[in-house]
Write a protein that binds this ligand. Structure first.
Ligand SMILES: CC(C)(COP(=O)(O)OP(=O)(O)OC[C@H]1O[C@@H](n2cnc3c(N)ncnc32)[C@H](O)[C@@H]1OP(=O)(O)O)[C@@H](O)C(=O)NCCC(=O)NCCS
Ligand SMILES: [Zn+2]
Length: 280
């Protein structure tokens, strides 16, 4: 079904009968829409976009926006004219997805979220309301990034990460004073399973360890070991945490056992999990 006010520039014979294109939507040529795709009113989809089966795009969203430097941005934008969105993903009202972006399946892109060129978002993620992903950010699978958080350019976020509301991440400690050199502009690297509390700031290139916890309001200025709990400004380590969220006490042999049954040992990158039945 294509509403009479919608503009669909592709060949109609390639469009499955199950696709719905509502009032005033604009779908440029070279767009591929899977079965049961729903395009709500006033959506604009650029050439070269592919939406998988069951994708729903809410009113006013733009998919396939050209990044424009307008001579003002430090980094010259470059991009390929393609966007791929996996099946059953939902793109919220007024979200803006730039060109050269890949989004996995079963992912929720919230209202007004903005995703810049060269970003990759995995499967079953939540990129919540008004989150901004700057260029070349990579987000793993099952990761949740909550409202109004900013993910900076060249940042990597692992699988099963939770980043709370109003978190800021940065990629240049010199704040542009030394010009833009791609190799020097490095965002934080957030390890699998890490939890980042509300309002925390992660400074350029810091590594947040696997399943580490950053308390709310912390300013993280240096690497956080795996399973560490850090708080404060600047963030300091105050303990260790298990995957289940409980605090861990270490023995004299630098080992810890949680009441949930998981066991850990100190290694060069923080606490490493021991296999069940490993060690004395
Ligand atoms: C860091 C955190 C995990 C600690 O929780 P906790 O172990 O229950 O700690 P407590 O509340 O018992 O506080 C222990 C001490 O740390 C201090 N503290 C706790 N959180 C702190 C924080 N974020 N920054 C600075 N100090 C903090 C407390 O004031 C207390 O100090 P005191 O012993 O001098 O009184 C928790 O406070 C936190 O920041 N959680 C993140 C919450 C969040 O952002 N959730 C997102 C949901 S959307
Ligand atoms: Zn545990």
């Amino acid at each position: 079904m294509i509403h009479s006010t919608a503009i669909y520039q592709g060949p109609r014979e390639e469009l499955d009968d199950s696709v719905q294109i509502h009032e005033y939507a604009i779908i440029r040529q070279g767009v591929k829409l899977g079965r049961n795709v729903v395009i709500h009113p006033f959506v604009v989809i650029g050439e070269g976009v592919t939406l998988g089966e069951g994708v729903e795009v809410f009113p006013g969203a733009v998919i396939g926006k050209e990044p424009k430097g307008a001579g003002a941005t430090a980094r010259l934008p470059h991009f390929e004219r393609r966007v791929r969105v996996g099946e059953n993903t939902s793109i919220g009202p007024h979200a803006v997805i730039f060109y050269d972006v890949e989004i996995g399946r079963n992912t929720l892109i919230g209202d007004g979220a903005s995703i810049r060129e060269q970003c990759k978002v995995g499967d079953s993620c939540i990129i919540s309301r008004y989150v901004t992903l700057n260029y070349n950010a990579t987000i793993g699978n099952r990761t949740k990034i909550m409202d109004l958080t900013h993910i900076t350019g060249n940042c990597t976020v692992g699988n099963d990460v939770f980043i709370s509301i109003h978190v800021s991440t940065t990629n240049d400690n010199k704040i542009g004073k030394e010009g833009y050199h791609e190799e020097r502009i490095i965002g934080p690297q957030v390890g699998d399973g890490a939890l980042i509390g509300a309002g925390a700031s992660l400074l350029a290139s810091v590594r947040i360890g696997i399943e580490a916890v950053v308390g709310s309001g912390s300013v993280v200025t240096k690497a956080v070991p795996n399973h560490a709990l850090v708080i404060g400004v600047p963030a300091r380590q105050v303990g260790w945490v298990c995957r289940c969220g409980r605090r861990l006490e270490l023995t004299g042999e630098m080992r810890g056992e949680c009441s949930c049954g998981l066991r850990f040992e100190l290694d060069g990158t923080g606490l490493g999990m021991l296999e069940v039945g490993h060690g004395p």
